[in-house]
Ligand binder design. Sequence first.
Ligand code: 0RA
Length: 635
Amino acid sequence: MATQKQDYSAKDIQVLEGLEAVRRRPGMYIGSTDQRGLHHLVYEVVDNSVDEAMAGHCDHIQVMLHQDGSVSVADNGRGIPVDTHRTTGLSALETVMTVLHAGGKFGGGGYKVSGGLHGVGASVVNALSEWTRVEVRRDGKTYRQEYERGKPKGRVAPVGPAEGTGTTVTFKADATIFQDAEYDFGVLAQRMREMAYLNRGLWITIANERIDSELTFYFEGGIASFTRHLNHSRNVLHPKPIFIESEVGGTMVEVAIQYNDGFSESTYSFANCINTIDGGSHLTGFRSAHTRVINEALRKQKILKDDDSNLTGDDVREGLTAIISVKLPEPQFEGQTKGRLGNPEVKNHVESVVYEGLNRYLEEHPQELRRIGDKCLMAARAREAARKARDLVVRKGLLDGSTLPGKLADCSERDPSKCELYIVEGDSAGGSAKQGRDRAFQAILPLKGKILNVEKARADRMLAFEGIRNLITALGTGIHPQVDVGKLRYHKVIIMTDADVDGSHIRTLLLTFFFRQMQEIIQAEHLYIAQPPLYRVQHGRQHTWIYTEQEKDTLLESLRGERNVEMQRYKGLGEMNPEQLWDTTMNPETRTLLKVDIEDAAGADEIFSQLMGEDVEPRKLFIQAHALQVKNLDV
Ligand code: 0RA
């Protein structure tokens, strides 16, 4: 900067201070500086292009991960204005790139993706990048400005002609801030896919130069295509999703609905393309209208008789796959994780759109109404049976935690934050775990054989299984739809299964159970997966436990030439004695636990329905892959 003007104006100083604040405390702006934070940089830049698309000026966005670790995001929008502002003396481009939260002022109203958890704007990405380059194509010219750690290297300048209009932002995340974090192409692609679903007609390409792969997402049906996709391994009750769309009071409302013959509900709500995992006013409005319309329509058709009572929300939501997407000028995100849409007026907006739209649709499609109605009535009857089964079980005190299952070897500690529950497959492994554990704070629950696949069963059948009842009782929280995480008896719930195909199947069944029946426990980050070793290598007088195939290769490589190397493969937990099990898998000082984490609930939902649903082929493919995003966590 020495060659640049020396007389910094107050404005410049403010900018530099702003960038410095971002670099000093990056977590405040992007959440974290791990892989998740790194991905946020990409999302911030893409969001700006999606804003341009939502304003109707852009239909192509291209994301590219380059060889050198930089990322570029190109769009065919109007191009960020480059002319100089009369009072600030800065171009709009430089302002957007260097002034915190400056993005919004130039959008000229309209909807913005930003405003969510982070939504901090391009200047934050710029501040956290080793270098950034922006190219704007406008008025037949290409303009360029480059930056280093957020500071402009020069003024915006024309560098050549241009065809069409648009903006390309290329940045290289600062390695001193994002220590060895790497982009996960799959995770980024999943978000791009979601963006494409939420913006009908928008083309999004994501390419990875490193492995020479490219994916393009474009959905003519928008969120209707999204519901089709979520249902693709399920049997649907009507081939064409119901799609409703309207604008009320400045809120764009879009809803897509498609029923399947399963028992769970998969509803996802979005506000300005941000997944509102805790729902909010748009979801409340949808549910209220949806329940009312179905009841009224079924009464009109005499499918519901005069003396039948109304179907409940749970009845009409069994087997429902739905996407609710609203776009509004000033979304308010609330709650601890900003996952809930606050704007109260949106409830009525969505309610009126869904009431009218769905009512009309069902009037015009009596056959579909009948099929959906039959499904809902069946759900109501099953729910009544399930309630009776549950009441019976509760009356016998089998679920409330007052009588803990005999199989449970509980710990002596009573403070849940210090307690751990190991869910262990099989009695023999359960025996080793009971002897090996620290009984002060570790409890063991052995599960016999396979547990029921809850993806294909309702609560009544589920509760008939002793293993599942034992699990529910031991945890103390109750099950869907009445889970109280506050009552969880162990703040670490650890699934410990054999490192073989059966073990991975049981783990998936358990994950499915938690995902469908106690998702709150996963959201609250209490669910873990134990990592038992795969091999024990004896070399000379030493031995080493090996947890991954990669570790094995590395060790064997380093031991090449050494005599007396012996390797034992551990197929099951039962092959280890209690002391070994403690040393390798249960001792908090030395073990590794994987925390189960749902970053992308719709993606996890799709995987579970595929894994455990009717569609056998993809299930075989997936059975050994991990089901939820499982994060490495050193505990
Ligand atoms: C403000 C005004 C105008 C365009 C944009 C912002 C814009 C920003 C970004 C960020 C990434 N891609 C973008 N594309 C456009 C246009 C104002 C006008 O031409 O009248």
